[in-house]
Write a protein of this length. Sequence first.
Length: 245
Amino acid sequence: MRTTKIEWTDKTWNPITGCTKYSDGCTHCYAETMAHRLKAMGVKKYSQGFALTLHEDSLLEPLKWKKAHNIFVCSMSDIFHKDVPFSFIDKIFDIIKRTPQHRYQILTKREGIMAEYFSTRKVPHNVWLGVTVEKKDNLNRIDVLRNIPASVHFLSCEPLLESLGKINLKGIEWVIVGGESGSLARPMKKEWVIELRKQVESQGAAFFFKQWGTWGSDGIKRNKHTNGKMLNGEVVQEMPYENFP
């Protein structure tokens, strides 16, 4: 049962909430906006707003989900934030190991801390590891990611803020692309998406186009739902299941 609007996953699990801005993709952070909205609504978990908060009482949630799911870990934070102790991350991975029926999708902008963490630990087989690559400045994250053994390596190019140029996708099984949403959203050009899709397909990875966001494929600003998710007349939302036993 899907319980999130994020199209490339089924559920979210947030034993950590809150974060700090780290790169250009963070400028208009959807999680920050949502956290403040939830605080205003009186949701206890977000009483601290977007301040980094560890939630011991959320750790056991996946144990209740018997049916297999794709689970996005820390959609409201970054599991590898510098202020999250490795001892707490260990607790998260203990639950992951105890629930092998699930696929856990872990996405970070802090590839250095991720590499440090896994330098002394193995990635569980049911974990997909990803990094955000929104601009050329972030391409180095791919090199760090591909050198960490994992069942699936993926990129989130959302929001895609410029052409990424020629990229090496060796060892990358899945690429997610999307435009930014909100009144202050920065535009994503169609040619950037097409250029990236061609490279993903030619190098054998799965391509998932999530949405245009606030700026349409025609370069006009409007409601993101009106702009939709069609790319050259089709919905292209591939998953890397063939790479996962």
